[in-house]
Ligand binder design. Structure first.
Ligand code: C5P
Length: 285
């Protein structure tokens, strides 16, 4: 194999509970991750030496600040291969809570492993990913999964009935670390709708869309909305335009609205696009 192209799917969190701060500064979570169709695209080919990253689409760094670069560098130093050229077409909004950087890192682990026949199993790739970021192991596995610990202890769940989503991102991004610091400052804050993980798990196992919809929620939403009130305004706007639910993605600031079907999602998106040009229609995988 000389060239390999892979999609790198973003994610949302159907439920996200913050259980508490750990002694290493991270936070223990319990979260249901869900892959979405919105994806970056990465192409991998061999080169004589080094790591060459070329990007197009949304602007991202081309050096070691890029998680895809770091993923390739990690496999190169630990398992050895001459060199890889990576082209990244960036489409997932940055610093949005959609795990765009983590998805690129995961695709790079998978792509480099395949291109150079390194022989790592998906479980080993997920463990390599945990050293790069808390969401990378999920992005290696994909689909629907319960994440514990920092998010890296994963149990697979059955696929969801398709949910049509309107993703809305304000013009700014947020730092995940800053949001968790905000949680530390006032840990008891409850979001507008508390996540109901048990109900969500039961509903996912039954394929019960209404039950899933009723259990969505994100503990970090209250923190990010306090730091950036525009996130709450986006939630309200999505609901006013006809979304059945509107919940923040990860540490934010993007919000996903759930629509009854694809046509409704496109109608809601066209209204939101007037204010928020980075509005995207997608669906769960
Ligand atoms: O693991 P990742 O690089 O995505 O995390 C970025 C930052 O977010 C961490 O440095 C930490 O401050 C915070 N974080 C956390 N608990 C998690 C995940 C992330 O405190 N479970």
């Amino acid at each position: 194999m000389d060239v390999l192209t892979l999609p790198a799917y973003g994610k949302i969190n159907l439920t996200l509970k913050v259980l508490g701060r750990r002694s290493d500064g991270y936070h223990n979570l319990s979260t249901i991750f869900q892959s979405i169709a919105l994806a970056d695209r990465l192409t991998f080919s061999r080169c004589r030496e080094g790591i060459r990253l070329e990007t197009s689409g949304l602007p991202v760094p081309q050096g070691p600040e890029n998680l895809a670069y770091r993923a390739a560098a990690r496999l190169q130093s630990r398992y050895g291969f001459p060199g890889v050229r990576i082209t990244l077409k960036k489409q997932i909004p940055l610093a949005a809570g959609l795990a765009g950087g983590s998805a690129d890192a995961a695709a790079t682990l998978i792509g480099v492993n395949a291109l150079f026949n390194l022989g790592l199993t998906p479980g080993q790739l997920a463990r390599e990913g945990a050293a790069l970021g808390s969401d990378v192991p999920f992005c290696v596995i994909g689909g629907t999964a319960l994440g514990r610990g920092r998010g890296e202890e994963l149990s697979l769940l059955p696929p969801l009935p398709t949910l049509w989503l309107v993703l809305v991102k304000p013009s700014f991004g947020v730092s995940t670390a800053a949001v968790y610091r905000g949680w530390d400052a006032s840990p008891g804050q409850t979001p507008m709708e508390a996540p109901d993980e048990e109900r969500a798990l039961a509903a996912i196992r039954r394929g019960d869309r209404a039950g899933i919809m009723a259990s969505l929620g994100n503990d970090l939403e209250a923190v990010t909305c306090r730091l950036y009130p525009e996130v709450m305004a986006i939630k309200m706007r999505l609901l006013a335009e006809g979304a059945e639910r509107a919940v923040m993605c990860g540490s934010g600031p993007a919000v996903f609205g759930v629509a009854a079907d694809g046509e409704t999602a496109r109608r809601i998106a066209s209204r939101l696009q007037e204010t928020y040009p980075e509005t995207i229609v997608t669906r769960t995988l």
